[in-house]
Design a binder for this molecule. Sequence first.
Ligand SMILES: CC(C)=CCC/C(C)=C/CC/C(C)=C/COP(=O)(O)OP(=O)(O)O
Ligand SMILES: [Zn+2]
Length: 426
Amino acid sequence: MSNLGRNAKFISSNILGRKRAVVENIIDEREDDDYIEPIMKELETETTTDREQTLHDCMELFNSKDKKDATLNRDFLKMYLNLAFSSKLPPQLTPLDASQPWMLYWISNSLKALNPEWLTDDFKRSLAQKLFKLVESDNSCGGPFGGGVGQLPHMAGSFAAINSLVVCDNIDGCWDKVDRKAIYKWLMELKQPDGGFKTCLEVGETDTRGVYCALEVASLLNLMTVELTEGVVEYLVKCQTYEGGFGGCSHEDEAHGGYTFCAVASLAILDKLDEINMEKLMEWCSMRQYNEERGLCGRSNKLVDGCYSYWVGATAAILEAAGYGNCINKKYLREYILYCCQSEKEPGLRDKPGKHPDFYHTMYNLYGLAITESKFYTPSGNFAENVTSTPVDASLLPSAPSGICPMNPVYGLPTKDAKAFFNHFR
Ligand SMILES: CC(C)=CCC/C(C)=C/CC/C(C)=C/COP(=O)(O)OP(=O)(O)O
Ligand SMILES: [Zn+2]
């Protein structure tokens, strides 16, 4: 085990898809003055109890600090992200074995967004080398990409691999090593008769993640065709639920921030945002923000979490860029990220107080923070590619801007890098 393995207790392995049994207890109303009522006051569940704890932790952080002091600790983050390039990752990250391109994306994209020079040429070279080892095919060595060496090509892995290459500035001509023909053929094989895309041949599921990854990769690589996009808008429109957000599929699935982002970003790429119930969607996005914690949650009656600063925050940014107006309180979101998702004790950004930081929450909190410091619009031309942002007036921010570079919320990439990649393939 490396030194990092022994010492990096702060790196959390419990990142996605926490599963636990529901425990319900009927409770009496409380009469404590300082007590903030849980949303579901008649019913006590593990979630309402957890929310009480989160509320308490957030309140303490908001009250204990001088508001002007909440700035992003950039150097602490740099140290955290650099560790990934200089040491073996600790054993608690083993469950992410099938998410190797994702880790590369979260780390490289965070460094690039914080300061383009922090993603050094050496880092870019090792990234590109590693990424092309994730290709498993008899016919191609330039994609599609799997989640780890010897693993089946996967939509999510290919999305993360291509996005990681985007921030590598075509080092050693790595962009031209991508096999566009093989990727297009594979995308067409994953396309389903209902307009959706499977995430993986044979064993993959079909949902809005598959659609977004397919369209994101195809549009970056200039592979968009009528055949590829046929029926996709119809598929996505059916995924909008009665709540206003989007589920993963059209079968009465629950609206969720992650799946909503995938649907809305896909519609942005297709320039078809006008096909959905926009009023309900904006209302749903607004309802993801809690007054007390100030951050965003992913679905009704669930807890705030720093990663939704991007999944829901970027959804709101896309709608703002499309001219529908702003539907979240950016000032409040900024406060949640800066006060509640960073700590002086552990480097990296986290889901919420009490959780350990991880690379996933670091990147999505950083991108959320960028959203809170920007106004989005689209000057002209293809909508998704040209989404642009201007910094909000720094004098209106309660503390110094974080210095994160302008980003494109549709692609989850620095605007400049995405543009260079688009231009290269056109
Ligand atoms: C590009 C791509 C593949 C995007 C994926 C988007 C996506 C579906 C993100 C959501 C991931 C997530 C944190 C689920 C947690 O569910 P939970 O039940 O643990 O958390 P909750 O209580 O906040 O809902
Ligand atoms: Zn999260």
